[in-house]
Design a protein around this ligand. Structure first.
Ligand code: HEC
Ligand code: HEC
Length: 304
């Protein structure tokens, strides 16, 4: 039986189905007068090529009956089986039990496949070609919408293939990221830091990873960085994986390296959110994904 957000859609769909059938029956009867003149076919008076006349012949009787039977069949079907909106049908037929049985059977076979990998070390699983294929399929289903189908991410969504980690790239930390999710918390400093100061600080941040910068502005920004930013990003901007504070000196950017992007980060903050997957995925699947993600930036590139 179908589930609708509101009863309205159920009635709406049922009405379309019924009106359709009634219209078909009406069409059939409205054409009956043509059958009445059986025998002497009406001549429409249209003539082509000298002697090709268009006649208005009655509909064959067998065809009329088939049409009518089809209409009767559809009404009977809709009374007996589900089909009219959310009406379950007199026979109460449903394929939900079948679906549940199929699902159970599938989970049982999957369980057997996963059992093999549960006994192996995550790094061994990552090196296994079949496991990688399973991992990739899970990744495409559950992770690709944010991290991209090649896991290379995009603005705000980290690249998982570059061995550069916000929180850490060992299997346990990756598993933790997937299971519990992550919340990056870079507070907005708009009240404490004005636009000019933020621009100067951005110049200093750019200097940390060897990007072009204005030395005078950067030296002004350095003091702001040392008082306000070091607590999370560390001295020299090396980052802090316990907080998910990115390394600002490695040339890998989650939100962009232009002065404008960095000023935005300072004034508005960032709150990258990675949803927890413990409610969505079984521990077995999380383990397959952990191995897959770990393998993307290890394994000498085998997994990529
Ligand atoms: C709704 C979007 C979204 C989905 C879905 C998602 N992620 Fe994430 N993920 C993020 C964001 C955003 C971050 C960065 C969080 C931050 O900025 O602190 C992240 C971070 C991570 C990290 C930590 C990266 C690091 O550098 O430490 C891992 C590992 C990860 N995701 C793996 C996965 C896997 C595997 C899946 C699929 C089960 C997945 N993610 C699904 C958005 C998502
Ligand atoms: C409370 C800790 C904290 C403080 C203080 C802090 N940051 Fe951050 N910063 C973070 C976190 C966490 C992120 C990652 C946000 C996310 O994942 O969405 C971040 C992200 C950034 C980014 C984006 C990096 C990228 O890869 O695109 C920049 C730039 C940045 N911070 C600069 C600064 C500057 C400059 C200061 C000082 C004015 C500062 N931060 C102060 C925690 C902090």
């Amino acid at each position: 039986m179908s589930d609708f957000f509101s009863d309205f859609w159920s009635y709406y769909i049922a009405a379309i189905a019924l009106v359709g059938i009634v219209w078909c029956v009406w069409l059939l009867f409205s054409q009956r007068k043509i059958t009445k003149s059986a025998g002497a076919a009406d001549d429409t008076g249209h003539v082509w090529d000298g002697d090709l006349r268009e006649l208005n012949n009655p509909l064959p009787r067998w065809w009329m009956w088939m049409f009518l039977l089809a209409c009767i069949f559809s009404v009977a079907y809709l009374i007996l089986y589900p089909g009219l909106g959310s009406y379950a049908g007199v026979l109460g037929s449903s394929t939900q039990g079948e679906l549940a049985a199929h699902r159970q059977a599938a989970e049982k076979t999957q369980h057997e496949i996963y059992a093999r990998y549960l006994k192996m070390d995550v790094k061994q699983v990552a090196a296994d070609a079949d496991a990688r294929e399973i991992g990739q399929r899970l990744f495409l289903n559950y992770c690709a919408q944010c991290h991209g189908s090649d896991a290379r991410g995009s603005r705000g969504f980290p690249n998982l293939t570059d061995n550069d980690w916000l929180y850490g790239g060992d299997p346990d930390t990756i598993q933790q990221s997937i299971t519990k999710g992550r919340n990056g918390m870079m507070p907005p400093f708009a009240g404490a830091i004005d636009g000019k100061q933020a621009g100067d600080t951005a110049q200093y941040v750019r200097s940390l990873s060897g990007l072009s910068y204005d030395p005078i502005r950067a030296s002004r920004g350095e003091s702001t960085f040392k008082t306000t930013c070091v607590a999370c990003h560390g001295s020299g901007g090396k980052g802090n994986q316990a907080l998910g504070a990115p390394n600002l000196s490695d040339g890998v950017w989650l939100y962009g390296s232009s002065e404008g992007s960095i000023v935005d980060a300072i004034l508005k903050g960032h709150n990258g959110h990675m949803p927890a997957h413990e409610e969505i995925l079984t521990p077995e699947r999380i383990r397959m994904l952990t191995a897959y993600v770990w393998g993307l930036s290890n394994n000498g590139g085998v997994g990529q």
